[in-house]
Design a protein around this ligand. Sequence first.
Ligand SMILES: [Zn+2]
Length: 313
Amino acid sequence: MFERCYKMAGVTNLDRVQITPGYGLWTAGIGFQAGAEKLGAMTVPMGPGNTEKQLKMMQDMKTTVLCATSSYALLLAENINGRGLKDKICLKKGIIGSERWGDKMRQRIADELGVELYDIYGLTEVYGPGIGISCSYKNGIHLWDDYLYFEIIDPKTLKPVPDGTVGELVITTLCKEGAPLIRYRTHDLTRIMTGTCPCGSRYPRIDIITGRTDDMVKVKGVNMFPAQFDEVLSAVPDTSSEYQVMIDHLEGKDILTLFFETPAPKERWQDIESQVAEKFREVVGPTINPKAVKVGDLPRSEKKTSRIFDNRY
Ligand SMILES: [Zn+2]
């Protein structure tokens, strides 16, 4: 299945694949590795961290494909641009997985690295990464339904929802012998995309993962998903893809503080903050406390980035 993912992304046995997800007793790094070996591509098996060495290998080995989480891809992209290495790298494609990410972050990574990005999907319990990937049309993730059976359910009622409605992805393995799973709840929120993809692939599609059922937070009686924070920030000019949400309970009231990064000069921060608050009211509802910070002030991560901190309980 992973070999098929590489092929869907147009990776061939002439590519050099640098793998930054972790190698260990789980499926991440080794999944990327096994797929690339099956395809016959050369691999640069790095694992996470040690940015210095990653950049050196990327130049020396003339890496053409980068496999990473979106947080780490962003960190590498910022480093490559900051050090003026863009002309020295040969990257053409990025295979980015295991984390939900917004359009703005995707655009920044694609622009800064000058590569085409593909979303890979998977979970350790079900073979690991590589049970689906986006195609070059970037409209959802094609899933390998000859190996797995996919359903979308309402996480509260546990009933299947109609195609196109957002719910929790549930997976049944059809061929797995060692540890088969029947109707395994992923806690990933997405929807089945209807119609056929212009790429012509017959494999069905789900939308990009919009969050986790356990990432859902209820503030002032309103359910919120991480995707909504992305949506608000992508609608306001001069905000970056990075944000952090702090939720506190003070004097009987929920208070949500949204920290976001902006490249704008300090005298414009107040104006941008009120635009963010206004947009949030429009898209989500409740009044929030927006706080601008400089680009680079919020933490970056070599693994997955936590963005929502609920301090209420
Ligand atoms: Zn397609």
